[in-house]
Design a protein around this ligand. Sequence first.
Ligand code: UD1
Length: 419
Amino acid sequence: MQKLAISGGVPVEGDIPLNGAKNSALPILAGSLLCKGETVLENCPRLTDVYAAMRILTHTGCCCAIKEHTVSVCADGVCCSEIPEALMQEMRSSIVFLGALLGRTGSCSVCYPGGCELGPRPIDIHLDALRKMGVRILRRDGRLECTAPCGLKGACVHLRFPSVGATENVILAAVLAKGETIIHNAAREPEICDLAHFLRGCGAFIRGDGESTIRIKGTDELNGCVHRIMPDRIAGITYLTAAAATGGAVRLCGTQNACMENVLPVLEQAGCRIERASDDIYLSAPSRLRAVPRLRTMPHPGFPTDVQPIIMAAMTVAEGVSVFEENIFECRYRHADGLVQMGADICVSGRTAVVSGVKELSGAHVNATDLRSGAALVIAGLAAHGETEVRQIHHIDRGYEEIEKRLSAAGARIRRVAQ
Ligand code: UD1
């Protein structure tokens, strides 16, 4: 077991290179199952979730290798469409293999993913859409046995909520299906566009990604291609916010700035100066941030739920009162306990959290309860006076590649130590 030891109160200042996006790499790795020949994914983050996805691919019969940040997958030997429970539970987003395995083999057996640290995570939207595409789903012994006896067929599906995972599953199932699939109320997250971009590179016909209606024309065959995973916009905001909360200045290198435009204005509103160049962002923070009046999490292009804990950490030391409204996940204020332990003034009531900025936080021993809560506690630890220990950092390692190395290269005093 490891923990992060932080000596806070030092501005984060310097250049931070951005890694590839986990939320893009995972569905694209699933998509590699659909291709003949070799798929090469560059800029793939070295994260525990990526390794878990590679274990699933290997289990189904793929040959996978990772060299530095390049993952290669050859799916020519796929011979199994059942994902064991142990592999399914390693990460919640393993459900995105459902659409890909159905597309590749016409059947798939997965276990029901159940709830997770953010609250219940139903998959009814995924299953309803796949049923429309001709998939029969039987629940047996806690597993979902899915088959497409007459093959997958294109369909017009309307998602009752623009679920990211469901949109990805339908796209993955549709690219090799017979006929056209139209997804209404699709998720518009940039990672959906990255998946579509990858699949087009393999020969798929997809239009409308990034918009609410996506059209996919099924084709007979896809061929592996070389694709570069997009930069991680959530990790990017995390590093910028680390500078914002500590009165520092950071140049984030290797970004796709347009993807962050739903958050950068919030940091500007808080008093940060931001310069956008073609593929980097420079942020310089005031000595004390201003509170942001009200932030409501919404599907893209709204304010992202994944960023809510991170901005909240910074607002704990801002001047004034900030109000957060969480509309995507039920249990997404679990970072508040750790922040309060460090001296923050936060009042949570249902989906609303009111943060009254305090002059300073003080270091404490806190536990990461999920990926972004862990990142929030790291930011608070960097801003706090004294020593902070963040434990349960396996959550952080799911989504941040060597967070301590990137931050310490920018002057932060943060170390990974044995617990
Ligand atoms: C993805 C991201 C996650 C992000 C989330 C919302 C990945 C690997 N993860 O998760 O980081 O926080 O999008 O932007 O990309 N829902 C249902 N039924 C369903 C599916 C979802 O009720 O069948 C609900 C969920 O419980 C949740 C909301 O819809 O309340 C959003 O979920 P969804 O967009 O599916 O998130 P994920 O794809 O799991």
